[in-house]
Design a protein around this ligand. Structure first.
Ligand SMILES: Nc1ncnc2c1ncn2[C@@H]1O[C@H](COP(=O)(O)OP(=O)(O)OP(=O)(O)O)[C@@H](O)[C@H]1O
Ligand SMILES: [Mg+2]
Length: 323
């Protein structure tokens, strides 16, 4: 009797060297079904290398990984049956139309021609490609190719889906469409690994974020734990004139806030552990100094702040106590 695996991915000590370059250096990763993991990192951090190993496109130099209960080195065919991948480069037949690409792939994946056609039509509609469906892909824009590639990834349900920078090059409306499709997938119990440079994307979609730097995991946790680690909320006031910045900071300091000035951005800010109470105190202090900010509010650190700080630190074993 085979026991269904609890986790879509269990990887430990994954290492990959290319000559002198160590692309991955002992990465541990677990992904549960029904969860989205966001893999974040600068260019060259090792995201695509991780994806390629988990999808059997590349062998690890060291370490091991199981995907849906199958070892990526010993049982690559079984792994491939369990996954769908939208790689960093779209893989389409340029000479076929969008619809033909999807129908062909659907048939290769085991759908009947009739089902493949129906599924293709549904996905073309969903990704805003219905009007372009019968044009050859060679003439598609970058964003259209990306969308078709994602549609291809969803043709047949698979328990583990990997998207390597799925929304790079997409316009905002298409990004939102992709995000909605991703959420639907996960609601169905699919496990999803998403690499991205868009921190907003990880923040929106990922249950857990893993930050890679130099082939190592430098931090992991929920997006919100990441943000907390970089610091809590801040009050921030944007001023109309750089000449007001010092006076504004002094007024906030006099009111007991630990304010800092950012002259280039015409901004003053201070930690706001008491939330709106600190915001009110700051506004009152500014008013007392005759300064009316253009805009003022509470800001939580963005994942950008967290990511830059964490990737910059390059600290190992500093996992955020998340979840
Ligand atoms: N086939 C290869 N041969 C030699 N070096 C490679 C190869 N593939 C990746 N590398 C190196 O491994 C490191 C990690 O690359 P990887 O493609 O995994 O980064 P990434 O995080 O996906 O970056 P990006 O955001 O640019 O896609 C880089 O230093 C890269 O140059
Ligand atoms: Mg990459």
């Amino acid at each position: 009797m085979t026991i269904a695996p609890q986790r879509a991915v269990v990887a430990s000590g994954l290492t990959r060297r290319f000559g002198d370059v160590t692309a991955l250096d002992g990465v541990d990763l677990e992904i549960e079904f029904g969860r989205v993991i966001g893999l974040l990192g600068h260019n060259g951090a090792g995201k695509t290398t991780t994806v390629n190993i988990l999808t059997t496109l590349l062998l690890p130099t060291d370490g091991r990984a199981e995907v849906c209960g199958h070892d990526v080195v010993r049982e690559p065919a079984k792994v491939r049956e369990s996954i769908a991948l939208a790689g960093q480069q779209a893989t389409l037949d340029e000479l076929l139309t969008g619809r033909e690409n999807l129908v062909l792939l659907g048939c290769l994946l085991g759908l009947s021609r009739r089902d493949a056609k129906a599924r293709a039509a549904e996905l073309l509609e969903r990704f805003g490609l219905a009007d372009a469906a019968d044009r050859v892909c060679g003439g598609y824009s970058g964003g259209m190719r990306r969308r078709l590639d994602l549609a291809a990834c969803l043709l047949v349900p698979r328990p583990f889906v990997v998207l390597d920078e799925p929304t790079t090059g997409l316009d905002p409306a298409s990004r939102i469409e992709v995000w909605a499709a991703v959420r639907e997938l996960v609601d169905d119990g699919t496990a999803l690994l998403l690499t991205t440079q868009y921190l907003e994307e990880a923040d929106r979609l990922a249950d857990r974020v893993v930050v890679l730097a130099g082939g190592r995991v430098v931090a992991e946790g929920t997006p919100s734990a990441m943000k907390d680690r970089v610091g809590g909320r801040r009050v921030e006031a944007i001023l109309s004139d750089a000449a007001l910045v010092d006076a504004a900071r002094d007024a906030l300091v006099a009111a007991g806030l630990d304010a800092a000035a950012e002259h280039r951005l015409c901004t003053v800010s201070a930690p706001a552990p008491r939330g709106s109470l600190d915001l009110e105190a700051a506004l009152e202090a500014l008013r007392g100094a005759d300064i009316e900010p253009v805009e003022a509010g509470l800001r939580r650190p963005t994942l950008d702040d967290a990511f830059l700080a964490l990737a910059g630190e390059q600290v190992l074993d500093e996992a955020v106590a998340a979840s």
